[in-house]
Design a protein around this ligand. Structure first.
Ligand SMILES: *Cc1c(COP(=O)(O)O)cnc(C)c1O
Length: 497
C-alpha cells in the first residue's frame, strides 16, 4: 500500500512516512493510492472478533509496512481499560432501526480518543521505521475535544512534547478545565485570542515557517500534527463503522448486505470521511448524512457543489463543529474526481485566493450518490435533546443532537426509513449547561457544579474522568495573540534545549 499527495500524483510514500510527515510538502493531504475491499468472508470473520481484533484487521490493510505484531501491540495498548466500556464503541438502540454509536467511552469522553489513544503508538513506531531519531513536538489547534484527547494520548510518551492552542472563548468550561489540569511532564496548553480558525491558521502558519523549523531542526526537534489531517488519525476511525455494522448484524436486526445510513455530526470532515472510506471498502453503508450546526458551509457545499467560506462565523452550543474550513474535504475531492490532482490544486488555490470554489456537476452528482446533508440551529439542537430524553430516557450531548435532528428532518423530507446509526461523539457531561437547559432545568453555576446537577436531575452517573476534575489543580493559564503563537512554540521547546 502506498500513499500519494492530494496535490501531486507523483509522490509515493509508505504509511510510516505519511504518519511522521502529517502534511505533504506542497500542502496536500496523504491518501491511499488504492482502497482495499472487504469480502463476505471478511465480514463473517470480523463479526466474531472483539474491537481490538476488528481494529487490527482494518489497520493491517493500510499499514502494510508494519508487522502484525506491531499493529496488534498498538491496538492492545490503545483500546483497553482506558475505555470504560468493554466494547470500546458500544451501540445503543433507541427505537427500531435507530442506533447511537457511542464513541465517547475513552479517557476524555469524546470521540477523538478513538484515534488519539492509538496515534502516539503508531507515530513512535513510524519514527523508528523511518530512522527519525530527532524528537517530535506535536502542535495542536483545537476546537475543544482534540486538544484534551491529544494531551492524554501523548503525555509522557518518550521523545515527544505536545503543545495545544485553543480559542479563548470557543470551548466549554469543562473542556477548558480538562486541558488546564492536564498531567504530564511533556505537555503545555495556551489559549489564543480569537476563534478556532484563528488558532488553526496560526498553527498552519507555524508549520510553513521555514526559518523556525530550521532553528528547531538544529536542536533535534521536528514538528508534527495530531489534527485530523494526519492519516494516522483518520485510519483508526474507519474501524468503528465496521464494528457498529458487525454489532448490528450480531444483534439480528439486519442481514449482511442490508444498507444502513450513518448520520455524522461534522466539523473538520474527519469522522464522516472515515465513513466514506468504510463505504468504499465495501461496508454496506446507504447514505452518509453530514450534519452541521449553524455553521452550515458543508450543507451548502454538499447540496450545491459550491464551497464558500466567506460567511459569518457562529459560536454555537456544539463548538467542536464550529468550523468554516473543513480540512479533510480535500481528501474527498481527490477521491470523487478519481484522483485528479490538478483539479484539487485548482480548487484549493481558489479557496486560498478567493475564499470559494465550485466543483463540476458531474462530481456533484457523484457526491449526491453517497452523501446527504442538513443543518440545524441551537434551538433545534436543544429541542432534540429534550425530546429524546423525555421519549426514550436517553441523554445526548449537543453534537450528537445536531445529528439526531438532521436525521429526523431527513426522514421527514425523504420518507426514507432505512435503518440508521447516529454517530454519538461526546458525553453529555462535557456540555452540561446546554444539556441541562435543553431538558428544562434552569442553569446557573460553573461547569463542575453543573455536572452534579445533571447527575441529580437524570440519575445518570457522570464519567469518572469528568467527576475527578474538581480535585485537580489548574496548571496552564497562558493566553496569546495569534501573531505570537510561534514565540510560544519556541519558548516551550527552547527552555529544555
Ligand atoms: C471533533 C468533533 C466533531 C467533528 O468531527 P470532525 O471529524 O471534525 O468532523 C463532532 N463532535 C465532537 C464532540 C467532536 O469532538
Amino acid at each position: 500500500m502506498h500513499y500519494i499527495s492530494t496535490r501531486n500524483r507523483n509522490t509515493h510514500y509508505n504509511a510510516a512516512e505519511v504518519i511522521c510527515r502529517g502534511l505533504s510538502r506542497e500542502g496536500g493531504l496523504f491518501v491511499p493510492d488504492k482502497i482495499p475491499v472487504f469480502h463476505e468472508s471478511d465480514f463473517h470473520a470480523m463479526c466474531r472478533m472483539d474491537y481490538r481484533g476488528r481494529a487490527a484487521k482494518i489497520l493491517e490493510l493500510f499499514l502494510t509496512d508494519f508487522t502484525t505484531d506491531e499493529i496488534e501491540s498498538a491496538v492492545a495498548s490503545a483500546y483497553s481499560v482506558n475505555f470504560d466500556s468493554r466494547e470500546i464503541t458500544p451501540i445503543h438502540e433507541i427505537m427500531d432501526g435507530v442506533w447511537f454509536l457511542e464513541l465517547w467511552h475513552g479517557p476524555t469522553c469524546a470521540f477523538k480518543d478513538i484515534a488519539l489513544q492509538i496515534l502516539p503508538h503508531l507515530l513512535t513506531k513510524s519514527m523508528e521505521k523511518t530512522c527519525e531519531n530527532r524528537n517530535v513536538c506535536i502542535l495542536v489547534a483545537t476546537s475543544g475535544d482534540t486538544g484534551k484527547a491529544a494531551l492524554e494520548g501523548f503525555r509522557d510518551v518518550p521523545h515527544t512534547k505536545i503543545l495545544v492552542f485553543y480559542p479563548k472563548d470557543g470551548v466549554s468550561d469543562i473542556q477548558q478545565l480538562q486541558m488546564q489540569t492536564q498531567f504530564g511532564e511533556n505537555v503545555a496548553v495556551c489559549s489564543v485570542t480569537g476563534n478556532f480558525d484563528d488558532a488553526q491558521s496560526g498553527v498552519k502558519g507555524i508549520f510553513s515557517d521555514l526559518y523556525l523549523r530550521q532553528e528547531l531542526d538544529k536542536n533535534d526537534w521536528f514538528l508534527s500534527s495530531a489534527n485530523s489531517i494526519n492519516w494516522g488519525r483518520l485510519l483508526p476511525q474507519i474501524v468503528y463503522y465496521f464494528s457498529a455494522y458487525c454489532d448490528i448484524l450480531n444483534s439480528g436486526a439486519v442481514h449482511l448486505g442490508v444498507p444502513i445510513h450513518f448520520c455524522v455530526p461534522t466539523g473538520n470532515f474527519g469522522d464522516i470521511l472515515a465513513g466514506f472510506y468504510a463505504k468504499s471498502m465495501g461496508l454496506p453503508i446507504g447514505k452518509l448524512i453530514c450534519a452541521s450546526n449553524q455553521n452550515d458551509v458543508l450543507t451548502e457545499f454538499l447540496s450545491t457543489g459550491r464551497y464558500d467560506r466567506r460567511r459569518p462565523f457562529y459560536t454555537t452550543i456544539s463548538p467542536s463543529m464550529d468550523i468554516l474550513v473543513s480540512s479533510n474535504l480535500e481528501r474527498l475531492l481527490f477521491h470523487i474526481t478519481s484522483g485528479n490532482t490538478e483539479k484539487v490544486c485548482d480548487y484549493m488555490e481558489s479557496l486560498a485566493k478567493t475564499g470559494a470554489y465550485k466543483i463540476s456537476p458531474r462530481h456533484l452528482a457523484n457526491i449526491h450518490s453517497i452523501f446527504s446533508c442538513g443543518s440545524c440551529s441551537d434551538e433545534q439542537t436543544k429541542e432534540g435533546i429534550g425530546e429524546v430524553w423525555r421519549n426514550f430516557g436517553y441523554l445526548m450531548d449537543t453534537h450528537t443532537a445536531v445529528a439526531y435532528k438532521v436525521l429526523q428532518d431527513y426522514r421527514v423530507r425523504t420518507r426514507d426509513q432505512t435503518p440508521c446509526v447516529v454517530v454519538s461523539t461526546a458525553s453529555p457531561y462535557k456540555f452540561t449547561a446546554a444539556v441541562l437547559d435543553a431538558i428544562g432545568v434552569p442553569v446557573e453555576g460553573n461547569g463542575l457544579d453543573l455536572i452534579e446537577r445533571l447527575e441529580d436531575e437524570t440519575g445518570i452517573v457522570a464519567p469518572e474522568p469528568l467527576r475527578v476534575l474538581r480535585s485537580r489543580k489548574i496548571r496552564f493559564t497562558d493566553n496569546t495573540e495569534k501573531e505570537n503563537m510561534s514565540k510560544v512554540v519556541k519558548s516551550f521547546l527552547i527552555q529544555t534545549l
